[in-house]
Each structure stands twice: as C-alpha cells, then as structure tokens.
Design a protein around this ligand. Structure first.
Ligand code: C2E
Ligand code: MG
Ligand code: MG
Length: 629
C-alpha cells in the first residue's frame, strides 16, 4: 500500500505559498518564471501522486487507461521537476544555455530519456506495469533516480564553477536546497513506500522562496512598485535582446518637499504617486529609485507623449491623502534602450544624470536621453573605474615633457604629466580623468603620487648629465584648497631627502578665486621654499594688478594664446610679456609645434619653450634615454 499521508500537508503549504507569491507584483525575469513553474509542477506532482496512489491501491475499480494515465503523468512530472530545479539554479547564476547546443542537449537529455522510458512503459513495462496483481515496479524503476542525481550533480557543478561571483550567503543557500533534494532522492530509494520525496521538494522550495524568491526582495514603497535591485536584474537579463522604452518621473525639488512637508508626508506623496502610476500603467514594470524618482519600463509601443500628458495633468492638481494635501511637481525623462546597453550600471548612471539634469531644468517637457549620453556616461564609468584602480594600486604613470631654455635651446626642466590606462592598457588623457578625479576627491592622492614619482625620478637619476634643474608638477585647485597641503608636500620631499627648490608647482587661475585664502595658502607654501608657476595663462581672468601681488616665478602662456599670436601677430602679446618681465616673471610658451613658432616666441621674450616640436610627454625611461646624450 502507498502511504500518501505525508504529501497532503505539503500540498496545502504549497498552495499558500503560491497564493502569496501571486498576490504581489512579480518581476518578469527568468528565475521567477522557473520558480512559478517549479511550484506549479510540484502541485501537480503531488496531486498525481495522491491520485495515482489511490488508483494503484485499488487498480481494478478504475478503467485501465486511467490508471496508466495517472502513473505515467506522475513519472513525467517527476522528471520535469528536477530539470526545473536545475534551470532555476543556473538562472540564479546568470548562466544562459541558449548559445550552446551541446550543453542544451546534455541538460535536456536526462529528462527526455526519463519521459521516453515512461511512455515506453506502456508496452515494455520498463518503469512500471499493471497486471492482474495490480501496479508493479518495472525492471528499470530502480534506475530512474539516476536522472535525478544527474540534475543535482549538474546543479552542484554549476554552483562550484560559476558561483564565485555570487554572495557567499546565496551560494550557501543554493547548495542547501540542492542538498535537500539529494537527501530526498536517497530517502526515496531507501523508503519507497513513504512518498517522502515530495516533502523534500517542498523543503527545497521553501528554502528557495526564503532565500531568493520572496517577492518583497524586489519591492519598494509598501510593496506597490519594484526597487532598484529589480531594475538592475531586469536590465541585466534583457539588455540588448529587445527594444525597450523607459519613462522616468522625478519629483521636482524632492529635498525641498521634505523640508516643507516633513518626511512622513513626503513618503505619503511618494506612495500616492506610486499608486497613480501603477493604476495607469499597470501594463508596464514600475520601479522606485529613491529620492522621489520613478522609472517605468515598457516595450517599444510605449507612448511617451500620452504618458507625459497624463502624468503632467495629474501633477497640476494637489495630492490628497487623509487630511493631508500635497502640492508636488514632476519632471520627466525618456529613453530608448537598445543594443548599446552593456551593463545595468550604464543605464543607471545615465538615468541619474538625466534625472538631475531634468530636475534642474524645471520644465515639464520630457528630457530625452540620447544614446550618445549613454555612451558618454559609460566612458565616464570606465574612466572612473580605471582611475580608482590606478590610484589604489599605484598604477598611475608619470610622463615627462621637456622645458627648453630658449636662449640655449637645451633642456632645463620638465613638466610631470599624469597618465592612467584603461582596462585594455590604452592611455586615457588627463583631460578626461582629471575632472573626474577632482569631483571625487581622488585628485589629492593622484597629485601626491605624481609628486612622489617626480621626486623618485629626481633622486634616481644624474640630473646634471641631463641638464635638468627642476620638475614642474601640476597642483589642482582642489589640492590647493587643503589646509594641510604644505605638510603633505614636505613629507613627500623629505621621504626622498630633496629640497623644495627642485619642484615647481603649477597652479591655474582657478586656484585664485578666493583671494584671502589664496594669499594665505601661497604664503605658507612659499615660506617652506616651494616655487609657484602660473599655468595656462590666457584661459582665465586674471589681471595684471592681481598678478602683481602674487609671487610666481614663471608664467606659462597657454597654447591658445601662443597659436593665436603665431597666426596673426599683433602687439598685445609682446606688450604683455614686457609687462610681465618688468614684474620679474619669467615666461614659458606652451604648445610650440614648429621651429618658426619657437623662433617667434623667443623673439618676443619667452624664456622657456614647451611643445611637441621638442617632444611630446614621454615615459620617464624614454625621457632619460633621449636626453642622456
Ligand atoms: P597642462 O598642465 O597645461 O599641460 C600641458 C598640456 O599640453 C599637456 O597635455 C601636454 O601634452 C600638452 N601639450 C604640450 N605641448 C603641446 C603641443 O605642442 N601641442 C599640443 N597640442 N599639446 C601640447 P596633457 O598631458 O594631456 O595634460 C592636460 C592637462 O591635464 C594639463 O594641462 C593639466 O592641466 C592636467 N594634468 C595633467 N597631469 C596632471 C596632474 O598630475 N595633476 C593635475 N592637477 N593636473 C594634471
Ligand atoms: Mg601644467
Ligand atoms: Mg598649461
């Protein structure tokens, strides 16, 4: 006799789980689909298990084909179930078998063989047969577990091979539910009459639910809309596969709203907006991305105009809840997601930028994000990552560009220019990474590393043989603002036992905005013996009276000024240079690209020349080799 008392509670527990799962919004991603399939198949398996047991206990009270039908349907689901568990595991690991036919065959084969053997049992009795004595196990019945073992082994292999990128906790629970399945199969072999496997499948499903499939993991705003993790996972899975459209709604002046209405009321406002969006756009997936920002993701049929008209209209009226009345405004962004999507981060970064832009524009017209912007933010992310890596791992490189004494035509100094490489080893120009480093504050470490490397170079080489007297190091305005700058500079020089005279600090006019602080800072650094050079003169807005107060030793004319003069000579630049010289500044001309240019600059009184005509910035070793002669 089959004892199916074990499986009845399992059936009801699963039913509750299923009902709960379906009461909440679910994301349309692969693993959710597999989970639903697992639960559905398990429910059917249990049902058939009970029915088949009833029939097998008393086979002659039913038509024979019906008993056959129940038994074979049971066995078929029996195999499908383990295949689904396996598919679920690999979807958790982001493994897609779509591209590999051999792997597809290998993974479908055990299930296919099992189903084939079940159907063949009608004639052959391989798995089971029904005769005068009733239901009997077939000759191969004992072997059907092999197919289940194969799926469990596949799953373990997948977790061990591809689970490294997952969090430890996730990996752990993946192993746990697969172990539960394994124990279930073993017990089924040892105690076949107890129908224990269903209980173990239920346990595995519970683990999956608690560790991975609880819909609340993906929900926000009281469970009405999805959260940003959901957005990330959905984009990760669908990127490049289909054309999608994105409509973003951002509450205008979110922080101001919080100030006016308080956080409780503002959260209520967020809830009302979420409710409104869900009600009107239930066809699409709606996400909340913190700080009053919503993302609506839909297919290419999404009508931006209709949506913005509908939502704008709603925002013209106050939002009421209980006794609260909120006046809110919103801005919109629209975006097409096509093949250019490489990672969810691309989309995220672009959206956040666009949200900020559209919020600050303060108009209701949707801000259309172009694919150009996407490519730009991706580049920025790449630069950011490379910069972080370079600074963290001391991989930033210093290139040197010679400064030539105009009177002798010989090397006299060099400018240290930093270089960062991307993941492929290609150089990223400083014009790209310096502004990013300044925004993130990394410029402080980067600047110090440049100085450190310049000092190391100074220490290691025979500079007399090269004719090198000093090295110019660029100092960003961000670095210049630090009150402990002097100590930090001194510490680096001390490390190499160098005096401050060998380093010239280049600053731009940007550093001179706060006059009081600027004077004070400069004074402290000068007292320690450092020298200052004014970089990129002609691009900012300094005037001569102001420069008079500043003890620079050298002024570098920006190449735009130099090239301008060379194109159409006039009296302005020579007069300016004369004035500078009367103020005791020496002059460097940047951007010298030819001999005539060099001659012209020398003629009007430039003391030093820098430019591609002499050399581009080159790696330190190359520099030494070039000038050793
Ligand atoms: P900068 O300080 O004005 O440096 C001179 C820039 O002009 C260098 O660009 C150099 O390669 C370029 N240059 C020199 N001669 C010629 C020429 O004849 N023709 C042309 N077309 N260009 C020439 P680079 O190395 O790309 O650096 C750009 C800017 O990035 C620098 O301008 C500087 O402001 C900043 N930078 C570079 N390294 C550092 C650093 O370590 N710290 C800080 N704060 N800024 C840096
Ligand atoms: Mg410079
Ligand atoms: Mg310059």
């Amino acid at each position: 006799m089959w004892d199916f008392s074990f499986v009845i509670p399992a059936f009801f527990i699963l039913l509750i789980l299923f009902a709960f799962y379906f009461s909440l919004p679910r994301l349309k991603i692969r693993r959710n689909l597999f989970f639903v399939q697992i639960v559905a198949v398990e429910l059917m398996t249990i049902t058939l298990d009970i029915l088949a047991s009833l029939a097998d206990n008393d086979p002659f009270s039913y038509p024979l084909f019906f008993v056959h039908f129940l038994n074979s349907a049971f066995f078929i689901l029996f195999f499908i179930r383990f295949y689904l568990f396996f598919l679920f595991t690999i979807s958790l690991l982001n493994i897609n078998l779509r591209n590999s036919i051999p792997l597809q065959v290998l993974t479908v084969l055990p299930m296919a063989l099992g189903i084939f053997a079940t159907i063949a049992s009608f004639g052959t009795g391989w798995i089971y047969y029904i005769d005068e004595s009733g239901y009997n196990s077939g000759v191969y019945n004992a072997y059907i577990h092999i197919f289940l073992f194969i799926y469990i082994i596949y799953s373990f292999m997948a977790v061990f091979m591809f689970g490294r990128h997952r969090r430890r906790r996730e990996r752990f629970w993946m192993l746990v539910y697969n172990l539960i399945l394994l124990v279930g199969v073993i017990l089924r072999i040892l105690l076949p009459r107890l129908l224990l496997l269903d209980t173990f499948c239920l346990m595995a499903i519970l683990v999956i639910y608690l560790a991975f499939e609880n819909p609340e993991f993906y929900l926000d705003v009281g469970g009405t809309v999805f959260n940003s993790q959901a957005f990330r996972d959905l984009i990760e899975e669908t990127r490049g596969k289909s054309q999608q459209r994105l409509f973003g709604v951002v509450m205008h002046n979110y922080y101001e709203l919080r100030d006016i209405y308080g956080s409780h009321q503002t959260d209520e406002g967020v809830r009302m907006i979420a409710g409104f969006l869900v009600e009107n756009f239930y066809k699409y997936s709606i996400f909340y991305y913190r700080k009053g920002r919503f993302i609506i993701l839909g297919d290419s049929g999404m009508d931006f105009e209709r949506m913005s008209a509908l939502i704008s209209e709603r925002f013209t009226r106050p939002w009421r809840s209980g006794n609260a009345e909120l006046y809110m405004d919103a801005c919109f962004i629209t975006m097409e997601l096509g093949e250019e999507i490489v990672s969810p981060d691309d989309v995220f970064n672009t959206i956040v930028l666009a949200f900020n832009k559209s919020d600050s524009r303060n108009i209701r017209m949707p801000y259309f994000v172009t694919s150009n912007e996407l490519i730009q933010t991706r580049r920025e992310t790449l630069v950011k990552r490379s910069l972080e890596y370079a600074v963290e791992n001391d991989r930033m490189e210093v290139y040197l560009q010679p400064l030539i004494d105009a009177s002798t035509g010989k090397l006299i100094g060099a400018e240290a220019l930093s270089r960062v490489r991307d993941m492929d080893g290609k150089i990223i120009p400083p014009g790209e990474f310096i502004p990013i480093a300044e925004r993130s504050g990394r410029i402080n470490e980067l600047g110090e590393q440049v100085l450190d490397k310049a000092c190391a170079f100074f220490r290691e080489h025979d500079l007399k043989a090269l004719g090198l007297k000093w090295i110019n190091v660029n100092l960003s305005p961000i670095q210049f603002m630090r009150s402990d700058l002097t100590d930090r500079l001194e510490a680096i020089l001390k490390k190499y036992e160098l005096g401050p005279e060998c380093i010239h600090l280049e600053i731009t006019e940007e550093s001179m905005v706060d006059d009081g602080f600027f004077q004070k800072q400069m004074q402290t650094i000068l007292e320690k013996g450092f020298k200052f050079v004014l970089d990129d003169y002609g691009t900012g807005y300094s005037n001569l009276t102001r420069l008079k107060k500043c003890p620079f030793i050298n002024i570098k004319l920006d190449m735009s000024l130099v090239w301008d003069y060379f194109e159409s000579p006039d009296d302005i630049l020579p007069t300016m240079i004369k004035a500078f010289k009367s103020m005791n500044f020496t002059i460097t001309a940047e951007g010298i690209e030819g001999q005539e240019m060099a001659e012209a600059m020398k003629r009007i009184g430039c003391d030093y020349l820098q430019g591609y005509y002499y050399s581009k910035p080159i790696p330190v070793d190359e520099f030494v080799q070039k000038y050793r002669k």
